[in-house]
Design a protein around this ligand. Structure first.
Ligand code: AP5
Length: 222
């Protein structure tokens, strides 16, 4: 199945025929909400920035739903007794993670419909076997994001945030490894843009500058 986009229209063909959906508010035309995928290495503050943006948008009367991709995967993994903690998922075998990914993508696509949706997830996941793409073809085909956001900050700040967050079992790694992961995330996001025609937005979430990061995210969500 090859998705594509022309102007404000979203096209994709499949074995089951050709489908055309238009972004248009005119009566009689299907209206699609924005699909915004927010990514970033663990502990960079994705969820913190998303929550701040949601508060602002709610005050402006702009409705968004937020969905945590990891939670969808975790619920499926727990049902199968594969893990007891969400931080164990990235240690599962690659094929198991890919299967859970597919299930999560299908579940999110089914529930999100035409609403404006923010999907809190990862551009790539660091597994013992190497980086696993967070949005491979089968996930992108389901989600077809309009925008992929990369939340970033200096690796030293991320390291300190991980150390200061006892609620999670973070992989302990140094600043260089975190920097490499952020670089890889940018590289793989370029492939997502090539495949879907989405834009890539980089949002900085620096210490003491959270409000600036929220402003930046809100500007692409409006
Ligand atoms: P998920 O739950 O998304 O894991 P995570 O990245 O660890 O997410 P967190 O929510 O814990 O971190 P965050 O970056 O949102 O930071 P937070 O806002 O909490 O995913 C779990 C698992 O699911 C993954 O490990 C993976 O296995 C799997 N998964 C998910 N998507 C997948 C996919 N597509 N494919 C395959 N697997 C997938 O903030 C962290 C701390 O920093 C907090 O203490 C906060 O107060 C602080 N902080 C934030 N901003 C600032 C600031 N500006 N200044 C100072 N402190 C700050």
């Amino acid at each position: 199945m090859v998705p594509g986009r022309v102007g404000s229209e979203r096209h994709y063909s499949s074995r089951h025929g050709f489908i055309l959906q238009r972004k248009n508010t005119r009566i009689g035309v299907i209206t699609l909400g924005k699909k915004v995928v927010v990514t970033g290495v663990p502990g960079v503050g994705k969820t913190t920035v998303i929550n701040g943006a949601m508060e602002r948008l709610a005050a402006e009367g702009i409705a968004y739903e937020t969905v945590n991709f990891g939670t969808f995967m975790f619920e499926a993994a727990r049902r199968e007794n594969l893990v007891t903690d969400r931080d164990e998922m990235r240690k599962l075998g690659k094929d198991v993670q890919k299967r859970l990914q597919k299930e999560a993508a299908a579940g999110i696509a089914a529930m999100s419909g035409d609403a404006n949706v923010i999907i809190d997830t990862h551009s790539s996941v660091k597994t013992p076997a190497g980086y696993l793409a967070g949005l491979p073809e089968w996930v992108l085909r389901e989600l077809m994001p309009d925008i992929v956001v990369l939340v970033e900050t200096d690796p030293d700040q991320i390291l300190m945030r991980r150390l200061g967050d006892p609620s999670r079992t973070r992989d302990m790694e140094g600043s260089r490894a975190i920097a490499q992961h952020q670089e890889f995330n940018r590289a793989v996001a370029a492939a997502y843009a090539m495949y879907t025609g989405c834009t890539i937005k980089i949002v900085r979430n620096e210490d003491s500058l959270l409000e600036q990061g929220i402003d930046d995210l809100v500007s692409v969500l409006r």
